[in-house]
Design a binder for this molecule. Sequence first.
Ligand SMILES: NC(=O)c1ccc[n+]([C@@H]2O[C@H](COP(=O)([O-])OP(=O)(O)OC[C@H]3O[C@@H](n4cnc5c(N)ncnc54)[C@H](OP(=O)(O)O)[C@@H]3O)[C@@H](O)[C@H]2O)c1
Length: 182
Amino acid sequence: MTTGHVFIAVSLDGYIARPDGSLDWLTGAPDGPSAPEGEDFGYAAFIERMDGLVMGRGTFDVVAGFDPWPYAIPVVVLSSSMQNDDVPEALRDKVRVKQGAPREVMDALGREGWTRAYIDGGKVIQSFLREGLIEDMVISRLPVLIGSGLPLFGAVDGDVRLEHEATRTYPGGMVQSRYGVG
Ligand SMILES: NC(=O)c1ccc[n+]([C@@H]2O[C@H](COP(=O)([O-])OP(=O)(O)OC[C@H]3O[C@@H](n4cnc5c(N)ncnc54)[C@H](OP(=O)(O)O)[C@@H]3O)[C@@H](O)[C@H]2O)c1
């Protein structure tokens, strides 16, 4: 069985992007928090353990524009509206589109040999959490309120109990917490 793992940044008021999807508050803002030289907040160590990345179409729409392509692991885009032919040609050996309920997708990836999947995108994370497919989450909270945007979390069928495992603070005020999902 493939387990799901989250590594994501949020504004202090709980958004992963502005309403239009922009991430300027997170990266590249002249007055944004700056990472000390060589500091990646544990991202490289996290992604090294992953067999691949499952992201929603909303996230793909944004990262497809990144140059260079930021991922060395295989990427699966979940979408009912996209086909493999919609993936830009330059990315076709790195990205494929899949449809299906979260559990079916994880079962299929498990049959391909994936043991750990990085799960990304607000709606996709929410749907995988509801299905009990997320094992742990590393959430980095930035000290900024953006007022509106795309939320990390949403409705749940019942309380989801989390086990706090660790919290680190970084220069600039980012607070990173790791939770196990019970
Ligand atoms: N702050 C961060 O660290 C961070 C990290 C990742 C993403 N982001 C930002 O978050 C934004 C995208 O997040 P989002 O919540 O809007 O969208 P998302 O979760 O990336 O994508 C949602 C879309 O994926 C498709 N989908 C297919 N199967 C699904 C399933 N089982 N559950 C949910 N969706 C499924 C649907 O599109 P179809 O209609 O095509 O089926 C759905 O509209 C982008 O702006 C991105 O830049 C920020």
